[in-house]
Design a protein. Structure first.
Length: 291
């Protein structure tokens, strides 16, 4: 039988080549799928054994601090603590001490707690040398500049109240008032602080311990109750107005009242006030206290 014409001979070599290519492609796909499966199993096994180990350690009471050390640190929260007055400015005179003695003691106790907490980056608006230097005074505008330069997230300015009558007592604080940037955040922080002092048994002055303070054209102080828009836009404390962050000025207690001093002005009282401030700061940022 004669062979078929050359141009219609079966393309055997091409068919074999195509089959080989298909086989190699199938093998490559298979190995890729196998590799993906192995990687997935590896991660699943890692998660399983890590959780198993953590659960076993938790039940045995062993520390898992080594895991926390490997966890990247979150960005610290920058908090400015302002000890009112200092230097040549001692503030008001109380029955046992000057205002700046109480504010300095409280501010340093709060600073220590926040440093122990580890999630904050606290700083004081004046140094000990500046606080002790009788020849100079750090102005509120200078403190505000420092606070802005530190890119601060929150400011607490600690002060002591005073009155001609030794019977006047209670707590009040002043947030950034309406009409200025950071009013809403400051208002929330002030309400937290006042609420905690109230829970501790302290009398809250005014409606709820939160008030606004303004100055008139003669530099006289004008008090307005929380929530009122009266005098909104008028000048207020320089530190609150110019610090560029949520801020509250706290009148910790009346240093001219023996009962207030006993609660929040003496050594034990400053410790208690610092604890309240620390709790308020944590609550403001939605954190649990660690100290």
């Amino acid at each position: 039988m004669p062979y078929p014409p050359r141009h219609i001979q079966p393309p055997r070599r091409r068919s074999r080549l195509k089959r080989r290519i298909k086989i190699w492609i199938a093998r490559i796909i298979f190995f890729l799928l196998l590799l993906l499966a192995l990687v997935g199993l590896y991660h699943l096994a890692g998660i399983f054994f890590t959780n198993f180990f953590l659960e076993a350690q938790a039940q045995s009471g062993e520390s898992t601090a080594w895991i926390e050390e490997d966890t990247p640190d979150q960005e610290s929260i920058v908090v400015a603590i302002d000890p009112g007055h200092g230097g040549s400015d001692h503030g008001s005179e109380g029955i046992y001490f000057y205002e700046d003695e109480m504010t300095w003691r409280t501010a340093n106790l709060l600073l220590e707690m926040m440093e122990q907490d580890g999630r904050f980056e606290p700083f004081l608006t004046i140094t000990q040398a500046q606080w002790e230097d009788e020849s100079t005074r750090e102005k509120p505008s200078e403190r505000a500049d420092l606070i802005q330069n530190q890119q601060t997230d929150l400011l607490l300015s600690i002060h002591g109240n005073s009155d001609y009558s030794p019977d006047t007592y209670g707590f009040e604080c002043f947030p950034v008032p309406p009409g200025l940037a950071y009013h809403e955040e400051s208002q929330r922080f002030a309400e937290i602080i006042a609420g905690l002092f109230g829970q501790d048994g302290q009398k809250l002055r005014g409606n709820n311990g939160v008030r606004y303070l303004y100055y008139d054209e003669n530099d006289n102080k004008l008090l307005v109750e929380s929530g009122s828009l009266q005098l909104s836009g008028s000048p207020t404390f320089t530190l609150l107005e110019d610090s560029g962050c949520p801020a509250v000025l706290s009148e910790q207690c009346f240093i001219t009242n023996a009962g207030d001093v006993d609660r929040y002005g003496d050594e034990d009282g400053c410790q208690r006030a610092a604890e309240i401030y620390y709790q308020a700061i944590c609550e403001y940022f939605g954190l649990d206290t660690l100290v």
